[in-house]
Design a protein around this ligand. Structure first.
Ligand code: FE
Length: 347
């Protein structure tokens, strides 16, 4: 009886050790990104480290709600979100934890990360997208849309189209411009945008591009990857649309084109913290940057990594001046600019 019991205890201990080991080789990822190339991204990590990725997909709001509901019992190790505003909001809710990583400090520009504290940095951007101006060359002169500030010029009356002003993409851009202009001039600028509207804000970014192509609008705002997507499209309608419009990287002569990020952070209650940090570091590697950025026609951000995407090269996205305002500062001022939008009646 005794030898058997000893054996079974030894066996149980071995099994326990095995399962602990198995647990060590796991990373639970909550992701608001779902592109086909992301599969290659995750496979690359597993191949390099032996760490298996369990993924939970959702949209940004869904993931944040889930993390809040799960609290300390959340299995999440790493959280991937789109837009600095959303990352900062989740950070303010205490959903992330700071990490210290020399690899990330060296690879990722500081303005694309959360403000560092003594404990480290919470979120980090791993790709950028630019907020561009698209215009109809038959109705608008290139010289009249070279900057965001010009979009409020009465010359563009009845021509401007945007999606909702409160959408994170617009809110982040508007907050950057207000930061540059100062509050009073910034609010006047927003009022000028409203005065120039061709119609009430509606739809997504692709809808704005198509509305310019169809003649409903003369000028609009869009994220760069929607332009790249239409440039790559095999649909005749998309190609025709892109032949009709022109694309501008605004503010090249001044503060640079507004860029936002897709980024990641280690979850507050991560059980596999070391794996989470390893994954964050992996995202800054050249091969991961290729998948992460190119998968959605975004720009890689790690130092020394260049875009190989022909659509991005075609639109000049491999050599433009991006605004290097700290996204932490932008995120902090979003509520103030949302109030301005309410005051000037920007829907
Ligand atoms: Fe988008």
């Amino acid at each position: 009886m005794k030898p058997f019991a000893t054996r079974s205890i030894a066996l149980a201990a071995a099994l326990l050790a095995l399962s602990a080991q198995a647990q060590d080789k796991v990373l639970n990822l909550y992701s608001a990104r779902h592109y086909q190339t992301d599969e290659n991204l995750y496979e690359g990590f597993t191949k390099a480290t032996g760490i298996k990725i369990n993924r939970v997909d959702g949209d940004d709001a869904g993931i944040v709600n889930r993390l809040r509901a799960e609290g300390a019992s959340s299995p999440a190790d790493v959280v991937l979100l789109v837009d600095a505003a959303r990352l900062a909001l989740a950070d303010n809710m205490g959903l992330f934890q700071p990490i210290k990583s020399k690899v990330l400090d060296d690879a990722i520009p500081a303005h694309l990360r959360a403000q560092p504290t003594a404990d480290g940095v919470t979120w980090t951007g791993f790709s950028t997208r630019a907020r561009l101006v698209v215009y109809d060359p038959l109705r608008v002169k290139a010289a009249d849309v070279a900057t965001y500030e010009q979009l409020a010029d009465p010359r563009l009356k009845g021509l401007l189209c945007t999606r909702s002003g409160s959408h994170p993409y617009n809110l982040s851009l508007f907050t950057t411009v207000v930061e540059r202009l100062g509050d009073a001039q910034g609010e006047t600028w927003l009022k000028g945008l409203v005065a120039n509207m061709a119609r009430d804000p509606k739809g997504g970014d692709t809808d704005q591009i198509k509305a310019v192509a169809s003649g409903e609008c003369g000028v609009a705002l869009t994220n760069s990857y929607y332009v790249a997507r239409l440039l790559k499209s095999s649909q005749p309608d998309d190609r025709t649309a892109m032949e009709r419009v022109r694309v501008v990287f605004p503010n090249q002569g001044t503060s640079g084109t507004h860029v936002n990020i897709a980024g990641a952070a280690v979850a507050k209650h991560a059980k596999n913290r070391d794996n989470a940090v390893a994954f964050m570091e992996y995202l800054s590697s050249a091969s991961a940057q290729g998948y992460f950025a190119e998968g959605n026609n975004e720009f890689p951000v790690a130092k020394g990594v260049k875009s190989n995407n022909p659509a991005i090269k075609a639109m000049g996205g491999d050599h433009f001046k991006g605004d290097n305002i700290s996204l932490t500062v932008v995120a902090k001022n979003l509520p103030k600019v949302q109030q301005m939008l309410d005051r000037v009646g920007y829907k």
